[in-house]
Design a protein around this ligand. Structure first.
Ligand code: 13P
Length: 306
C-alpha cells in the first residue's frame, strides 16, 4: 500500500462508522510493532510523532517511519501530534508528514483560529491534512500540563465557528478524557452527548485525545516487575466504541503503548539479571506493542478496512 493523507483514512472511517488508531512512536521498535499489528489486522493506521519524539529521534525518526510505511501493505498516514506553532507544522510537512495537528487550544480563540487557518492554507496546497483543537483537555501534553480543574469541554457553537473559519479536516474535541495513565477513578467521565451534538453540527471526523484504556493487566505486570504505578485508570472499551458511533474517527493512543513497552522491558530486566543484549529487551517490547495495537484495532473496528 502507500503513505496517504490523514483525511483519506479518516473520511473513510467516518463514513464507514469505525475508528482508526493514531499511535505514537519514538523509535524503530515501536514503529515496527504498530505496523506489524496493522498489517496482521489489515487495518489503516496513523503513526504519530510529537515534537518531543522528533527531538529525541532526530530527523531520522520520520525518515524511518516513512521508509517502513512505504513498505507496508496497509494505508499509513504520518501525523504530527500537538504541533505547537505554524513553524513546527511547516517543518513536519518538509519532513514528509501527511497530517499535522496545530494545537493552539491554550490560546485565545481568535489566535487559535488565525494560526490554524495559516497552517491549513499551506498544508492543503501540498495535500497534507490538518487537525485543529478547540476546548482544553486535562493531563500532560508535550508542551503543556493542564490540571483536571482547568480542562474545558468543547462548546458546540465554538466547534462550528472554528471549523467554518479554519477549514480543518478533523477536529480534536475535549469531552472529558485526558492524557496519561491517570484518567480519573472507576469509569472515567466521557461526555457522550457532547460528542454526538458536535458531530451532528459539523460533518468532519472528530478526534479523541487521551483515549488509552490503561489495561489493568499491563499495570499489574509493570508493578510486579518492580514498577510503581498508582491509581492508573483508562477509558473503557465500551466508551470508545460508543464514541465511534457518535462521530469519533481518530483515536489517539500513546499511554497504552508505553505501558506495553515497559511491561516487556521490565519483565526481562527482572527475570534475566545477567542479560546485556539490548535486543533481548527491545525484541519482547516490540512484540508487546504489536499485541496492544492489535487489541486496540479490534476495539476501534478498523480491522479488515485497509
Ligand atoms: P493517552 O495518554 O490516553 O494515550 O493519549 C495520547 C494522546 O492523546 C496523544 O495526543
Amino acid at each position: 500500500m502507500s503513505i496517504v493523507s490523514g483525511a483519506e483514512i479518516l473520511k473513510a472511517a467516518r463514513e464507514g462508522n469505525y475508528g482508526v488508531g493514531a499511535f505514537n512512536t519514538h523509535n524503530l521498535e515501536i514503529t515496527q510493532g504498530i505496523l506489524a499489528a496493522a498489517e496482521k489486522k489489515s487495518s489503516p493506521v496513523m503513526i504519530s510523532m510529537s515534537e518531543g519524539a522528533i527531538k529525541y529521534g532526530g530527523k531520522i525518526l520520520p525518515e524511518i517511519v516513512r521508509i517502513l510505511a512505504e513498505r507496508s501493505s496497509v494505508p499509513v498516514a504520518i501525523h504530527l501530534d500537538h504541533g505547537a506553532s505554524y513553524e513546527v507544522c511547516m517543518k513536519a510537512i518538509q519532513l514528509g508528514f501527511t497530517s499535522v495537528m496545530i494545537d493552539k487550544s491554550h490560546e485565545k480563540e481568535s489566535i487559535n483560529i488565525e494560526e490554524t487557518r495559516r497552517v491549513v492554507k499551506i498544508a492543503h496546497a501540498l495535500g497534507v491534512s490538518v487537525e485543529g483543537e478547540i476546548g482544553r483537555l486535562g493531563g500532560i501534553e508535550e508542551h503543556i500540563e493542564v490540571s483536571h480543574e482547568d480542562a474545558i469541554l468543547t462548546e458546540i457553537v465554538e466547534a462550528e465557528r472554528f471549523y467554518r473559519e479554519t477549514g480543518i479536516d478533523y477536529l480534536a474535541i475535549a469531552v472529558g478524557t485526558s492524557h496519561g495513565p491517570n484518567k480519573g477513578v472507576g469509569r472515567p467521565f466521557i461526555h457522550h452527548r457532547r460528542i454526538k451534538e458536535i458531530s451532528d453540527s459539523i460533518s468532519i471526523p472528530l478526534v479523541l485525545h487521551g483515549a488509552s484504556s490503561v489495561p489493568a493487566h499491563l499495570v499489574d505486570r509493570i508493578n510486579r516487575a518492580g514498577g510503581e504505578l498508582n491509581g492508573a485508570v483508562g477509558i473503557h472499551n465500551e466508551d470508545i466504541k460508543k464514541a465511534v458511533t457518535s462521530g469519533i474517527a481518530k483515536i489517539n493512543t500513546e499511554t497504552d503503548l508505553r505501558l506495553a513497552f515497559y511491561a516487556g522491558v521490565r519483565e526481562i530486566l527482572q527475570s534475566k539479571k545477567g542479560e546485556i543484549d539490548p535486543r533481548k529487551a527491545l525484541g519482547p517490547a516490540r512484540f508487546e506493542i504489536e499485541k496492544i495495537v492489535a487489541e486496540r484495532i479490534d476495539v476501534f473496528g478498523s480491522a479488515g478496512k485497509a
